[in-house]
Design a binder for this molecule. Sequence first.
Ligand code: PA5
Length: 426
Amino acid sequence: MINIDLSNAIKEKDILSYQKKVNLINKMIIDKTGEGNDFLGWVDWPTNYPKDEVSNIVRVAHKIRKNYDVLLVIGIGGSYLGARSAIEALKGLRYKDDIEIIFFGQTFSGTYTKQVLDYLKDKRFAINVISKSGTTTESSIAFRLAKALLEKKVGKKEARKAIIATTDIEKGALLQLSTNEGYIKYVLPRDIGGRYSVFTPVGLFPMAVAGIDVLKFLEGAKKAQKEFANPDLKKNICYRYAVTRDFMYNHKKSVEMYVTYEPHMSQISEWLKQLFGESEGKNKLGLFPASATFSTDLHSLGQFVQDGTPLLFETILNVQKPLCDVKIPHDDKNLDGLNYLEGKTMAYVNDKAYKGTLSAHVNEGNVPCISINISEMNEANLGYLLYLFMRACAMSAYLLNINPFNQPGVEIYKKNMFHLLGKKGY
Ligand code: PA5
């Protein structure tokens, strides 16, 4: 169960004042008539996804789980953040499992790259290389290195069985390579961009290998898809959130800070930063998406949030039931003075930290706060939540008259880098 409390951010009449605009944009999203409409495949994907491919993913993932120590997931941006954030959100940061998932190819760091390759030397590992274009430099270099290591370890024939490629259906270097080598292939649909791809094989395969029930995850998204088709702002929590963001932007806020009190949710904030940043940050417009993990960052950023330049509002991912918990024990000497918390759980303390901070930020700091209350982190709730954000992002960008599905600004640094690297044609 997920609900959104907007009472610390906006008045009901201000939400409802958006109804006409929201009706029009919702129709544009459903009829696929807005700018970037050839990238709206994600909207009805939770209903229309290819059932055979997902069954195959579950089957292959099960084999990989059984036969290998590590799945190396190679990808960057939209080809990486969804799977990583979903796995961490659902499993936590430290857990015992039959297989370890390592993310690779999301950096040019020699240190990280070398250390991962060294770690893999004595592990039985499989590779899921993910790239829609099939030409992204970070993931291409990483794949070249990992493939060479795997082939050296187990030979070309065995390596072929351990490599799964997720890429475009028709074009790209990775498609060519995987066709030539006979790797298992999954398709990243043409009409779904990277940051909207978590419900496709891009997210589903690594999640399934991690032991996550991807069918339940898709079910959650399907529930959200159905609910958010009705644009009524009295009911539609997704669009209520989207218009609140727009209202904030039009009332002098320039930063949306995603806040979580659970470190294993902080990758969801990273996914959100890409989703909203890359979708909205165009034409010199858009909220800057930032993130913080409390209470950790209350000891660093807390002062600014409370008393600094009033440029931000908070969107809090409030997980009400933790994945697991621990009680604070009794201590006879009580030198640390903590016996008043004896028998209380960490979740109890975390909840009081959340409530105390919310009151301080809203009532004394005048910081608008949106609370997204998530009863617990399970597959269905996560599917619902991620779909909610994707649809809210499309609505928010269209409210700013921005195409949510392109990223023209990302190409410029690449051109400079290729020029400096001496790539032909740059
Ligand atoms: O959202 C996006 O489109 C980007 O973040 C891409 O996913 C990212 O650049 C990786 O691209 P590719 O999948 O082509 O390797």
